[in-house]
Design a protein around this ligand. Structure first.
Ligand SMILES: C[S@@+](CC[C@H](N)C(=O)[O-])C[C@H]1O[C@@H](n2cnc3c(N)ncnc32)[C@H](O)[C@@H]1O
Length: 377
């Protein structure tokens, strides 16, 4: 085990990461997004699923419990976290899941077997480069021909500002003897900078942007996100190039609505589509600058499936989904005419003047949370 990986193991054994489910990484969502863009994938209910850096299984255990015919394996470096997960599994009586302690960069991928879905959430940016390569290698070598891999990671440009804060926290806290001391000194640095940042300076803008989120985070998160030796964001385009180098193709984001220039208004969409032609990756890289994106949840497939991916939505495929949404009309009552009206909630809304769209949103909101198969429309 390299020194860097040994340090990470100690860090996670000492301060375990709270392990939660991430719904957008669920095999059912990966299958749905792949279907949306033209790819058929193995049914999630009976799939073989691998999670890399699974911590104590908070993401994988719920899937195993709701898909009893699936087979699942989680791997993590920290023996402490794996033991915590095994105890939970035993208490819950879930039998189709195994957790294994191991260093991803030292695994023999042939011994692991193949998987229909490989999930790696919150790991890629927080490990040294040779472990990042191991993640992409496993996503390629252990993925079935029509499987989907999910890798999440921190991205620029959003992390450029956050790095100022992380660097300042590391400067004061990084070299302290214990994790608790590191955190305490680092938080003191934040308080100090907040007090002294000159008005309208880059520092004060950065603090304004970053602190509200930081103040809400728990200690385990701050310790691993801001005070660990590895937190290496990259640009989306760089990530895709590196995945391509491992024989993987970019499929989509786990939140597909973020992928389309049209969702950012005409002023953004028209010039971007003209400038970027048919390059989906370039369009999204431009969008990352516009929204100052900090985090991505990217779906990858075997490189030879790249030519089957279709970003133009296909009515036939859309008809196979079930739909559920709670997007009430914000004016109170929708008018079934061509007046523009907004539906949804603050921060997440749709404005439309199309009668059929308004009617669909009314029907969905009235039946929420029950989903609607389109065959009933
Ligand atoms: C930031 S935590 C994320 C945990 C979990 N996936 C989540 O998002 O809640 C990173 C995880 O990666 C694991 N990890 C780091 N380096 C690893 C390696 N070389 N092999 C296996 N797991 C590793 C850590 O032990 C830790 O559980």
């Amino acid at each position: 085990m390299s020194i860097a990986v040994g340090q990470l193991k100690s860090a996670y054994d000492e301060v375990p990461y709270a392990s939660h489910p991430f719904p957008h990484s669920a095999p059912e969502n990966l299958a749905a997004v792949a279907h949306l863009f033209g790819l058929d994938t193995p049914p999630a209910a009976t799939a073989r699923v691998l999670e890399l850096g699974c911590s104590s299984g908070g993401n994988l255990i719920p899937f195993a419990a709701r898909a009893p015919e699936a087979q699942t394996l989680g791997i993590d470096l920290s023996g402490v976290q794996i033991d915590m997960g095994r105890k939970r599994i035993e208490a819950l009586g879930v039998s189709n899941i195994k957790l294994m302690e191991g260093d991803l960069s030292a695994l023999d991928s042939k011994e692991l077997g193949s998987f229909d879905y490989i999930i790696c959430h919150g790991v890629y940016s927080w490990v040294p480069p040779h472990v990042q390569d191991a993640i992409l290698r496993i996503c390629k070598e252990n993925l079935t021909a029509n499987g989907v891999a999910y890798v999440s990671y921190n991205v620029y440009p959003g992390w450029k500002a956050k790095e100022i804060v992380r660097d300042a926290m590391m400067l004061r806290g990084g070299s302290r003897a214990t994790s608790a001391e590191q955190l305490s000194y680092a938080k003191g640095m934040l308080d100090f900078l907040e007090q002294v940042a000159p008005k309208d300076s880059v520092l004060s803008k950065t603090m304004e942007l970053t602190l509200p989120e930081l103040r809400h985070q728990q200690d385990y998160y701050l310790a691993h996100e801001y005070l660990e030796p590895f937190n290496a964001p990259c640009y989306f385009q760089q990530f895709v190039e590196r995945a391509n180098g491992h024989g993987l193709a970019y499929l989509a984001e786990a939140h597909p609505s973020t992928m389309f220039a049209d969702n950012y208004g005409e002023q953004v969409a028209a010039p971007l589509l003209k400038e970027c032609g048919h390059s989906q990756v370039l369009v999204e890289q431009y969008l990352d600058f516009i929204v100052n994106r900090t985090f991505r949840q990217t779906l990858l497939v075997n490189g030879d499936r790249g030519s089957e991916i279709r970003y133009r939505l296909d009515g036939e495929r859309l008809r196979k989904f079930h739909y559920a949404a709670h997007l009430p009309c914000l004016d109170g009552e929708s008018h079934l005419d061509d007046s523009p009206q907004t539906f949804g909630a603050t921060g997440s809304s749709i404005t439309t003047q199309r009668v059929e769209m308004k009617a669909a949103l009314e029907i969905l909101s009235a039946s929420w949370p029950k989903p609607f198969p389109t065959t009933t429309w």
